[in-house]
Write a protein that binds this ligand. Structure first.
Ligand SMILES: Nc1ncnc2c1ncn2[C@@H]1O[C@H](COP(=O)(O)OP(=O)(O)OP(=O)(O)O)[C@@H](O)[C@H]1O
Ligand SMILES: [Mg+2]
Length: 220
């Protein structure tokens, strides 16, 4: 099986604080990996580096054979939009746009007419079983509904890997379970590669593999 992601010897220093220390990590194509560790251990920072949101101080990352640590900011932005899907704890939906417009937003730089964009967004909202809320603004949706919209948005450009940073952090346990089942389904049925940060030990057991961080290092 090929690796979707290969990271070699990553270090990240903010001022004089070393937050990520000599991290090497590979994720296989289609693998579901959970990243766990105490608050402040460097999980979000590592995820930002692996997904190309942030550059490491040292080290390299490649996704599907493309190095993302020596590309220009423009190349990187294009790559992120096409190859990577993000899901965040606090949803990061645009409040002035409807659910379907939020989902369609990453399609915007691509030349696609409005009807096609809406069709693609609706397909994903259907898949997430939230199409009946397509015209609603985020403020009128529940937490679980917002996260379904956010997952639909993450999938809209058919990414090769999904990065999720505590996607259930703002949800109750029942709703969390439903969101994890969606991610599991994407992994099992669609072969999606997923790297998910979670604090919840029970949720982490859904994954193929658990990577543990402690004080900036991957310890197991
Ligand atoms: N932009 C930044 N500038 C300076 N320090 C930072 C920056 N981003 C993160 N840090 C520091 O890096 C350390 C790791 O932060 P990070 O957010 O990666 O931890 P985390 O494991 O995701 O924690 P949590 O579980 O609370 O989300 C913390 O000490 C944090 O204060
Ligand atoms: Mg974090």
């Amino acid at each position: 099986m090929n690796n979707i992601l290969t990271a070699v010897n990553l270090n990240k220093t903010f001022d004089s604080l070393q937050v990520v220390k000599e991290v090497s990590l590979t994720i296989k194509n289609g693998e579901f990996v959970c990243l766990v560790g105490k608050s402040g251990s460097g999980k979000t920072t590592l995820l930002s580096i692996l997904s190309g949101l942030e550059q490491p101080t040292e080290g390299t990352v490649s996704i599907n054979g493309t190095s993302i640590t020596d590309s220009s900011e423009n190349e990187l932005a294009l790559f992120r939009r096409k190859a990577v899907g993000f899901v965040f704890q606090s949803f990061h939906l645009i409040p002035t746009l409807s659910a379907w417009e939020n989902v369609a937003l990453p399609l915007f730089p691509i030349k696609m007419d409005k009807e096609k964009r809406k069709k693609r967004a609706m397909e994903l909202l259907c898949q997430m079983e939230i199409d009946h809320r397509a015209d609603h603004r985020p403020s009128t949706l529940s937490g679980g509904e917002k996260q379904r919209v956010a997952i639909a948005r993450a999938l809209v450009n058919r990414p090769e890997i999904i990065f999720a940073d505590e996607p259930t952090g703002n949800l109750d346990s029942e709703t969390s379970g439903a969101i994890i089942n969606i991610l599991k389904h994407l992994h099992e049925k669609n072969g999606m590669s997923i790297l998910m940060v979670t604090h919840d030990q029970d949720l982490a057991t859904s994954a193929d593999r658990i990577v543990r961080m402690q004080d900036g290092k991957v310890v197991s």
